[in-house]
Design a protein around this ligand. Structure first.
Ligand code: GLV
Ligand code: MG
Length: 323
């Protein structure tokens, strides 16, 4: 995976608001993206490019992933967004987010444009990553080739608002289930489709916004669904959603301890001292090589989040046959 930095919480910040950008620097989000697209009015876009360049160059972002969302390639703004932001602040920027991606060709365009700018300014070629938002039927159908389109790709992002609008889903509440469809999760298919493409191409899978920003419990429910499927993180639109996202995309303490215990027990039982066993009992459960792989995922997530084990497994004490 090109980028292993956690992206549990990806904070959206309007590129036209110096005040909100300044505030974002001190928040606990894993990623911040400064928006030139939908959070930025058309007349504010040229000024926002300059605001973003200054904010990136001023620093103070700590270990956050610094991303700029440009406008989509059907607009007249995209090339100027990329050229101004990357020429102005390319060395203080980790990735460009391209919204409403419909085909691999759009990722190729961004990749070539970034390379041109990097070569012209003497930046390291290929360092700046790409985040691709999937927001309509064409994007979803082409998501495999989009995910494969560039070694710069780092994430595939689901954009529920534009997606719901583009497929005529009958709901006006972004990220919530459409009334009338009570038998399942209306987002299961696009989420799974995106997750498969991301995993097949070793990218992070990110869920999009939940707009009822005061309803943190609602956020936890929606975030919990994509986290349960295997997504790596979710957008946050308000500081109040950040802690909930970070918690939801971390393993629980119980799961983290359990994963570390499976790894230790499996390592011991498969060793000479443990009897060179392949499938063994850990408490009431049988563990084998597949259990080890599943445990490794949870262990890596917990370690990346700085978790510490509380409940520790120890090898069985040998029975002393002489006594
Ligand atoms: C985000 O861009 C969305 O459309 O949900
Ligand atoms: Mg959108």
């Amino acid at each position: 995976m090109r980028s292993t930095h956690p992206r549990r919480s990806c904070l959206a910040v309007p590129g036209s608001s110096p005040k909100m950008i300044e505030k974002a620097k001190g928040l606990d989000a894993d990623q911040v993206f400064l928006d030139l697209e939908d959070a930025c009015a058309p007349l504010a876009k040229p000024g926002a490019r300059k605001t973003i360049v200054s904010a990136l160059n001023e620093g103070g972002w700590g270990s956050k992933i610094r991303v700029v969302r440009v406008n989509d390639l059907t607009t007249r703004w995209t090339y100027r967004d990329v050229v101004e932001v990357v020429e102005g602040a390319g060395q203080n920027l980790d990735a460009i987010m391209l919204p409403k991606v419909q085909s691999a060709a759009q990722i190729h365009w961004l990749d070539f444009t970034l390379t041109q700018i990097e070569k012209t300014l003497g930046f390291e070629v290929g360092r700046i990553g790409i985040e691709a938002q999937i927001e309509d039927a064409a994007g979803l159908i082409n998501v495999d080739s989009i995910a494969a389109a560039s070694p710069r790709n780092e994430t595939i992002i689901f954009g529920p608002a534009d997606f719901m609008a583009s497929i005529n889903m009958k709901s006006l509440v972004i990220g919530e289930q459409p009334p009338g469809y009570e038998i399942g999760d209306a987002f299961h298919y696009p989420l799974m489709r995106i997750l498969m493409a991301a995993r097949a191409h070793d990218l992070q899978a990110i869920d999009g916004p939940y707009v009822q920003i005061r309803n943190v419990d609602g956020f936890r429910v929606v975030a919990g669904r994509s986290a349960a499927l295997g997504f790596d993180g979710k957008w946050v639109l308000h500081p109040g959603q950040i802690a909930a996202a970070n918690q939801t995309f971390n393993p629980t303490q119980h799961d983290y301890d359990h994963a570390e215990n499976i790894l230790d027990a499996y390592r011991w039982f498969t060793s000479e001292a443990g009897g060179r066993l392949g499938a063994v009992m850990l408490g009431d459960e049988m563990i084998d090589e597949a259990s080890r792989k599943m445990a490794l995922v949870v262990s890596n997530q917990g370690r990346a989040a700085g978790m510490r084990r509380i409940d520790t497994w120890s090898p069985p004490v040998p029975v002393n046959s002489a006594s």
